[in-house]
Design a protein around this ligand. Structure first.
Ligand code: C2E
Ligand code: CA
Ligand code: CA
Length: 653
């Protein structure tokens, strides 16, 4: 494996600085100039810490396949450099993985890979300003492929231990220049991507810590920030031996990421150093503070008294952490939130205590005050972990299945659609509500994928079965998370399932909440358009519960808005809810969108939403979520109603 020797101190000239020989000279390397990646160049005795960090980072990065957060960088790269294609590629001696790809695929994958491997072999950017057009003779198929990459610029990506793990690259289908400023910017961008890699490692170490908390077998936490873990471990042991109390806190600088984007990681690091010094000077009790993840810090302080005294001290630290920091011409304040646990009260190992402080931190109250670990937090965490662990198998063995809730037209009472809602009956955990398990399943991991795949299968199976009986087919609605839509393989999954069941996409509606569409408007719009191009429709769920921006309605290809049940249910309580509902209805109708009023439980609510002009109703009053058989009966009933109405003897003119 190629190693970059100067990883920690990579040349990063001040902006506007004259060209360094290395940057400019090597940057003109052409195909064939790069050293091949080779395991043989490794020094035989890798430091164990380095090896552990490298391994962990690699497995994290490779396991997680495509992650939406890396798309930010490729998108940004394409935008900054006005290039039609950008990618982040991971590779080692044996394999490669496109971690993120933005824009067009200009060349063959083998050509991209070859260029990226060349870039990986250099410490400085590899730029090919004009790769003559021609045929790709390296193509491993009998027929040579046209080669469309005319321009290439790539910068190696390294793990913290200096090992090259991939490359960030830009490509264009026309020849172009790439001046020294552009090269500097590409190096800066690579540094940002590397910081994101570190986050993967930190997440792995946190997970390992949490696993230990559950008393399950856990891989030893090893990460770039292992020093912090080891330090806390040592302090806990020493305090335990001396019979002293120790507060272990997790402190998050919540605006750190935005600050890094605004001011650049180098300047922010200087601010952080200032900030840490400030904290150390502020409190004599503070005996350690170190960085754990991109925005997370861990620390320890000594104190006397009960846990409440510890919490008071931690809160003082947190408040101090928000004081203005000044460095050179920069001045700003961090936003800090904290979680705390106490040794020996809450545990006697450093890893477990850090994990517990993080859990306490997740359990923030509205006012952001230091949150203290307690038994209820521990219990919730254990249940959440159990849900996570058992979920995927539950989808596979069928204990997660779907009920369908009917949606009716207000004009004539006809059944028009069915929303699929997940149900999970677990032998140990009992009935688990989707409100509980959906949010805890990591949106970027396999189990969430298993849920949406199961929903798609169920929807297609229903449609195929109803069509086979020549029955009326209501549309079927599937709930999807925003993260799912950011995955490039989501569309393949949809197409695959539709083709498998021989069903047309026109029968499907995908429901997304407002919250999930705000993350990346442009990317989301593109993904949604790809869905609507197939004939499927999009509904915006829980509208009125949050931001309710008109921008969602005008800029995304949405055809249905679902009025949130919390709004609907407050309508008869007299008050602002009715006005809000009316406003939302006007907003949606202004865009020619149909409205489904959700959660209608009473006759009065139903009358109100009809009077407001909502076209459709879904709620317990008209029909609960029900099993496949019950839905079949409902559809048959609809059919006979429709026949009766069509009968000239019974139907009015
Ligand atoms: P949602 O998408 O807003 O679904 C509507 C929820 O309101 C359902 O709760 C439904 O049973 C409930 N509901 C419908 N009519 C009434 C009514 O008249 N009164 C009351 N009180 N409730 C009513 P459910 O099934 O518990 O699902 C809760 C949430 O879990 C869903 O809210 C959705 O966000 C999520 N969810 C459920 N299934 C899935 C799924 O397959 N995938 C994803 N990603 N999320 C799901
Ligand atoms: Ca829904
Ligand atoms: Ca809803």
């Amino acid at each position: 494996m190629t190693k970059r020797k100067n990883a920690g101190t990579r040349d990063r000239p001040e902006s506007g600085a004259p060209t360094t020989a290395g940057l400019d000279g090597e940057a003109r390397a052409h195909a064939g100039d790069g050293r091949p990646a080779s395991d043989a160049s490794d020094p035989p005795e890798l430091k164990s810490l380095d090896a552990r960090v490298g391994e962990l980072l690699r497995s994290e990065l490779w396991d997680d396949a495509q992650e939406e957060r890396y798309d930010r960088f490729t998108r940004l790269a394409a935008r900054i450099f006005d290039a039609p294609a950008a990618l982040i590629l991971l590779f080692d001696a044996h394999r490669h993985l496109f971690k993120s790809r933005f824009g067009f695929q200009l060349g063959r994958e083998s050509q991209e890979l070859e260029l990226c491997r060349q870039a990986g072999a250099q410490g400085t950017p590899v730029v090919i300003e004009d790769l003559a057009p021609g045929v790709d003779s390296s193509a491993d198929t009998a027929v040579s492929q046209p080669r469309n990459i005319r321009f290439f610029a790539g910068q190696a990506l390294c793990a913290d231990n200096g090992e090259v793990v991939g490359c960030v690259a830009l490509m264009d289908f026309k020849a172009r220049g790439f001046d020294v400023n552009a090269r500097h910017t590409l190096v800066e961008l690579a540094l940002l991507v590397e910081e994101e890699f570190n986050l993967n490692a930190a997440m792995a170490s946190t997970r390992a810590g949490m696993a230990e908390l559950l008393d399950r077998d856990a891989a030893l936490p090893s990460a770039t920030h292992i020093i912090a873990y080891e330090k806390i471990e040592l302090l806990v042991e020493q305090a335990g031996n001396a019979g002293r109390k120790l507060g272990i806190f997790y402190l998050s600088l919540d605006n750190l990421y935005d600050m890094s984007l605004a001011y650049g990681p180098g300047r922010i690091q200087a601010m952080i150093n200032r900030w840490m010094d400030g904290l150390r000077n502020h409190s004599e009790n503070l005996i350690y503070i170190g960085r754990l993840s991109e925005r997370g810090f861990v620390g320890a302080f000594e104190f006397e008294g009960d846990v409440r005294a510890g919490r008071r001290l931690c809160e003082q630290l947190r408040v101090h952490a928000q004081q203005e920091v000044e460095h050179e011409e920069l001045r700003f304040s961090f936003e800090a939130s904290a979680g705390l646990c106490v040794s020996p009260d809450h545990g006697d190992s450093g890893v477990a205590l850090i994990g517990r402080a993080q859990l306490a931190h997740e359990n923030q109250s509205w006012n952001n005050e230091t949150s203290l670990f307690n038994a209820a937090i521990a219990k919730r965490f254990r249940r959440r972990s159990a849900l996570r662990t058992r979920f995927e198998a539950a989808v596979e063995d069928g204990s997660v299945h779907f009920h369908g809730q009917p949606i009716f037209a207000n004009a004539d009472g006809a059944l028009v659609g069915i929303e699929l809602l997940a149900r999970w009956q677990d032998p140990e955990l009992g009935e688990v509500s989707p409100n509980e398990f959906v949010p805890v399943i990591d949106p970027e991991k396999g189990p969430r994928r298993a849920l949406v795949a199961a929903a798609l299968d169920t929807a297609c199976r229903y449609v195929a079965a109803w069509q086979a009986r020549s029955q009326f087919v209501p549309y079927i609605t599937i709930n999807v998370s925003g993260a799912e839509l950011f995955r490039q393989d989501f569309h393949e999954l949809v197409e695959d399932r539709l083709a498998h069941h021989g069903v047309s996409a026109e029968h499907l509606v995908f429901e997304l909440t407002e919250r999930s569409v705000i993350r990346d408007f442009e990317l989301m719009a593109r993904s949604l358009r790809r869905l609507t191009d197939t004939g499927a429709r999009i509904a915006l769920d829980d509208f009125g519960s949050g931001y309710s921006s008109i921008a969602y309605l005008t800029r995304l290809p949405i055809s249905i808005v679902k009025l949130d049940k919390r709004v609907v249910q407050q309508i008869d309580a007299q008050g602002p809810a009715e006005e809000l509902a009316q406003g939302i209805v006007a907003l949606a109708h202004g865009q020619q969108l149909a409205i489904v009023a959700e959660g209608v439980e009473t006759q009065a609510q139903w009358e109100t939403v009809r009077a407001m002009g909502c076209e459709y109703t879904q709620g317990f009053l008209l029909g609960r979520p029900q099993s496949e058989d019950a839905l079949l009966a409902l559809i048959a009933e609809q059919r006979s109603n429709a026949t009766e109405q069509a009968d000239p003897q019974t139907a009015p003119e």
